[in-house]
Design a protein around this ligand. Structure first.
Ligand code: FAD
Ligand code: SF4
Length: 511
């Protein structure tokens, strides 16, 4: 049958079995569409990154003699919506069958199902052959359990895939988890090798995006677009990580620093989320490198990295498919405030937020602790509506695709799911940020002060948050200690805390 096969922008999987042979009756289609550029305001580097990676992938297929239709954003016959483009192509070319790979996003899943219902030719969906788990494996794993603790899922995955195992049952290194040793502050040593960047000239794609009138956030210059957009680039970032960064990855995973945007992080999320790299090959490369350099690299660095991909990444995917579509509306803490305007321009005197947001606007990147304990922490402490928080995270990061963005944002960071992903909210006063970073040293505010004019805003916001949400946490054992400390606070002090927090929340631009 004359077949049309759809490849979505995040399905750039070179190793997919679809491409094992080129066949005359099969035509692939890839399309840049306003439907995808406009569902949220994306970072300019994210749009460039996707278009560039898609175009490179289309070249790869053409070089291997696959038939391919590629619709660019300004092509005249581009209908700018997935269903309209497919319908048009089918009727103009007399395709007899339509095939697609299962998408990772709920909205696309729904759209494709509806499209197939409306088509009068055969349709078939295929696995994307990317993840370790399918959509429902996590749900089955936790069947009948009250708590969906990630750690147990992670251990199951380690055993099932025989990754870092000493025997069938025992983990290599004698422990499943080396998290406790992975909490060092970075103080200028050890030296961080410059990240493997690409500094590409992206002016052609940028001009096309501007011509199309796509609204974006953030900035791009030749000097700061340094993302991998091909399989070769991605393999080179992976190789660079193994050789230069893995050795300290775990130790400084939670560290924050004004001069170091990437520290020892891998910057592999975009390559994996677009499927240019398979998570299995990433893990295998890292473990191979570890086995070849066992005297130089400690298992805690490797385990810390494997846990992020085999554990958290697969876990978030499973939670997404278990909880959607309801998940996107969760707001268990009933937070209603707007996201402060400085999230869009980094114009704030709070040094930690200034650096984390500036970094995000300049590079479409922030590492996990900036996302969780700086921007996420502040949004939650100021009781921001999770819809607002989601919009920001979904737009600003080059790796942001809903399945992994929303579970991290609503779930892990904003506790909007009421404790499915995180057992307690990730909130802290300024002291945590001070412990893990050098941000406080040059800040306008004093991290040691509580309610004075120059006191760190995180300090009053933290106690105010616990006070305001006390009822939500009364049955949460992990919050008992903080709530009992709250109860011991002097009423006069609490009054000042509430007043200062109110001021910060109502006039964010003054801070
Ligand atoms: P590294 O620190 O080098 O980690 C290696 C890999 O592990 C990452 O590339 C990623 O694939 C995986 N990983 C690590 N932590 C997580 C996690 N919590 N969930 C899933 N995978 C993880 N990640 C995204 O890929 N897309 C998002 O939209 C996204 N949004 C986030 C929003 C918030 C509020 C928070 C707290 C985290 C978010 N994360 C997201 C998770 C994590 O911050 C990023 O994966 C990571 O910062 C990417 O940088 P890296 O590749 O240098 O990661
Ligand atoms: Fe952030 Fe407070 Fe430290 Fe300033 S003092 S950098 S606001 S934690």
């Amino acid at each position: 049958l004359k077949t049309l096969r759809l490849i979505l922008g995040d399905q750039l999987n070179h190793k997919h079995s679809w491409y094992n042979s080129s066949e005359d009756h099969i035509t692939y289609v890839m399309m840049e569409m306003r439907q995808e550029t406009d569902y949220v305001t994306h970072h300019i580097q994210k749009v460039i990154g996707f278009f560039s990676a898609m175009r490179n992938f289309s070249e790869y297929l053409r070089e291997r003699d696959h038939k391919l239709i590629y619709l660019r954003i300004n092509d005249e016959d581009n209908q700018q919506a997935l269903d309209k483009n497919i319908q048009k192509l089918i009727s103009e070319n007399d395709f007899e069958k339509f095939e697609y790979q299962l998408p990772d996003e709920y909205r696309l899943d729904e759209q494709l199902k509806e499209l197939c219902n409306n088509l009068d030719i055969d349709t078939e969906s295929f696995d994307s052959e990317h993840f370790f788990t399918n959509r429902t494996e996590l749900e089955k794993f936790y069947e009948g359990k009250k708590q969906l603790t990630m750690e147990y899922f992670y251990r199951y995955m380690r055993k099932k895939h025989n990754i870092l195992m000493a025997t069938d049952k025992d983990p290599e290194g004698g422990k499943w988890n080396f998290d406790k040793s992975n909490r060092k502050k970075w103080k200028g040593e050890p030296k961080i090798p410059h990240e493997r960047g690409f500094r590409k000239d992206v002016s052609d794609i940028l001009a096309e995006i501007e011509k199309a009138g796509i609204k974006t956030i953030g900035e791009v210059q030749e000097s700061n677009f340094n993302w991998p957009t091909s399989r070769e680039d991605s393999l080179s970032v992976l190789n660079y990580f193994c050789k230069n960064l893995l050795v300290h990855f775990g130790d400084y995973q939670d560290a924050l620093h004004t001069e170091q945007e990437y520290l020892f992080h891998s910057r592999l999320s975009f390559s994996m989320n677009t499927k240019m790299l398979h998570p299995k090959e990433v893990i295998e490369s890292v473990i191979d490198h570890y086995y070849q350099n066992k005297d130089a690299i400690d298992i805690s660095q490797v385990e810390g990295f494997v846990r992020q991909i085999l554990g958290w990444r697969e876990y978030m995917r499973g939670i997404y498919w278990k909880e959607m579509p309801g998940y996107r509306r969760t707001n268990k803490l009933r937070n209603q405030n707007e996201l402060p305007g400085f999230y869009w321009n980094a114009d704030t005197k709070m040094n930690c937020l200034h650096h984390s947001i500036k970094n995000s606007l300049e590079n479409a990147y922030a590492h996990h602790i900036q996302r969780l304990m700086v921007t996420g922490n502040y949004a939650l402490l100021t009781q921001t509506h999770p819809d607002e928080v989601d919009q920001w995270y979904l737009g600003i990061y080059i790796d942001a695709i809903q399945w992994v963005e929303i579970t991290n944002t609503r779930g892990m960071s904003q506790f909007a799911d009421g404790g499915i992903v995180a057992t307690k909210p990730y909130v802290s006063s300024g002291s945590y940020i001070n412990r893990m970073s050098n941000y406080c040293k040059d800040c306008h505010y004093k991290v040691s002060k509580k309610t004075e004019e120059d006191a760190c805003p995180f300090n009053s916001l933290y106690w105010n948050f616990l006070d305001a949400k006390r009822d939500e946490f009364k049955d949460n054992q992990r919050m008992n200690m903080m709530i009992s400390l709250l109860d011991k606070k002097d009423p006069e002090e609490m009054k000042k805390i509430r007043e200062r927090a109110k001021k910060i929340i109502s006039s964010p631009s003054d801070f």
